[in-house]
Design a protein around this ligand. Structure first.
Ligand SMILES: Cc1ncc(COP(=O)(O)O)c(C=O)c1O
Length: 365
């Protein structure tokens, strides 16, 4: 097993630490809304019953929230399952899908499992390269996956860039917008894929309850798509793919707007604190529209992982060759940020001890 797959408990034992904080999965450090917890507690007593296989209550709330019909919604066991269902529904042997490198991997893995070839133009200025995507289109292209904001860079494609993309592509190519982090976006030029869907473009939107709503462990996500795509996805979906607790919690979480606003505001504040600390320490980072930040440690990301783990912090090291000195760090609560910054300030010491500085400059070993 890779060290970065170890649990907090395992790392505590390994390094003799009292506490370890996990900033590697972009989880919500504030937990679910109290209303979601109440709904879970109430539902526990009816766990003997199957959930509604049609998910009507949740679909009703999501259709009101997004201004769409219920027939345009499919519910899933997290956005992960939704992305897998989209790949199965859209792609066959010999088809091509286009995305970027690096981006969130689920759709890539599922597309390959469906027999498709995946083309991944490198990000440009840490953002999806729209021209790179357009130039990669062939007659075999069936899908374009855009993670907006992108994981792991936290960057977005803006309205004018997406308008341009839709001008250039045929309507037989489905553009899949993964909007797992949409709630954290501040940039006014951001636009949801939902707008393109509503205008009649071949666009599908994927959302999750794992991030701003804090329900990652329960597994709840959904897609908004044309009925033909929903129907194709439903052919692969298990009847009871979403469990009753996730379902009840998601319904309740949607009602608690104030709680989600608190989460987003805290994230904004703590992200600023992280930027300030990183500026003071002299680390390069990519300004992020999400609840995580990508940071250049200038040393091998696996080495950085190890040093931070010894200091009680678990982060995600990026292994893609063009980003192999970068780490992705969840923003966390204020105390988490301060502890992370303290550990980052020690990065230099460890490298010095192990390999020595060259003229005060850290380098990739
Ligand atoms: C961009 C992106 N999409 C989808 C997911 C999967 O979300 P879920 O927990 O709903 O499966 C994640 C999880 O980190 C993500 O970062």
């Amino acid at each position: 097993m890779q060290k970065f797959e170890l649990t907090q408990e395992e790392l505590k034992k390994m390094y003799g630490l009292d506490s370890v904080i996990k900033l590697s999965f972009n989880e919500n450090p504030f937990g679910p809304s109290p209303r979601a917890i109440d709904a879970i507690n109430r539902t526990v007593y009816s766990c003997n019953l199957y959930p509604d296989p049609k998910g009507r209550e949740l679909k009703g709330k999501l259709s009101d929230l997004n201004g769409i019909e219920e027939e345009n919604i499919i519910l899933g066991n997290g956005a992960d399952e939704i992305l897998d269902l989209i790949a199965r529904a859209l792609l066959r042997d010999g088809d091509e899908a286009i995305t970027a490198k690096p981006t969130f991997e689920t759709f890539i893995v599922s597309s390959k499992n469906a027999g498709a070839e995946v083309i991944k133009p490198l990000l440009k200025d840490h953002r999806f390269d729209v021209d790179g995507i357009i130039n990669s289109i062939s007659e075999r292209t069936r899908a374009i996956y855009i993670c907006n904001p992108n994981n792991p860079t936290g960057t977005i494609l803006k309205r004018d860039e997406l308008d341009y993309l839709f001008e250039k592509i045929d309507n037989n190519v489905c553009v899949i917008f993964d909007e797992a982090y949409i709630d954290f976006v501040d940039d006014k030029e951001y636009v949801s894929g939902l707008e393109y869907f509503k205008k009649g473009h071949n666009a599908t939107v994927v959302r999750t309850f794992s991030k701003a709503y804090g329900l990652a462990g329960l597994r709840a996500g959904y897609a908004i798509a044309a009925p033909s795509i929903i129907e194709a996805m439903e052919r692969y979906k298990l009847l009871f793919n979403e469990n009753c607790l996730a379902y009840a919690a998601a319904c309740a979480a949607l009602e608690d707007i104030k709680y989600k606003e608190m989460v987003v505001e805290e994230n904004r504040r703590n992200k600023k604190l992280m930027y300030k600390g990183l500026d003071e320490l002299g680390f390069e980072y990519i300004p992020s529209e999400t609840n995580f930040v990508l940071i250049n440690t200038l040393i091998d990301s696996g080495g950085a992982f190890e040093i931070l783990a010894k200091n009680g912090i678990i982060i995600k090291p990026i292994t893609v060759s063009e980003y192999n000195t970068w780490i992705r760090v969840t923003v966390g609560k204020q105390d988490d940020v301060l502890r992370f910054l303290d550990a980052m300030s020690k990065l230099g010491e460890y490298i010095d001890e192990k390999t020595g500085f060259k003229d005060g400059i850290r380098y990739i070993h």
